[in-house]
Design a protein around this ligand. Sequence first.
Ligand code: SF4
Length: 95
Amino acid sequence: MKKSQTTIQMIFQFCFKLIKAGLPRKNLCSSADKKMSKPKVNEELCIGCGTCAEICKGVFEVKDDGKSHVIAEDCGDCNCEEAVSSCPTSAISIE
Ligand code: SF4
């Protein structure tokens, strides 16, 4: 059996268990109602130190203009709070 088939089966099994547990359907297998944190960089405050990109490579990248840019809203591993608190100029905010 292929690995992807196994993963899909595991997801269905997990959702089936949640349904059996009586949880509301809108919370199952859907991120439509999930609040996503969206990081934003204030380019006027950013000094391009790269700290945020080191902490979360999947979300921040310092580009040729010397400023950090948000390249993805979510890396899947964190909520970017560490990048926010580590920015020396408080250029990052979460909306
Ligand atoms: S940590 Fe702050 S100042 Fe440094 S690159 Fe990121 S946004 Fe810019």
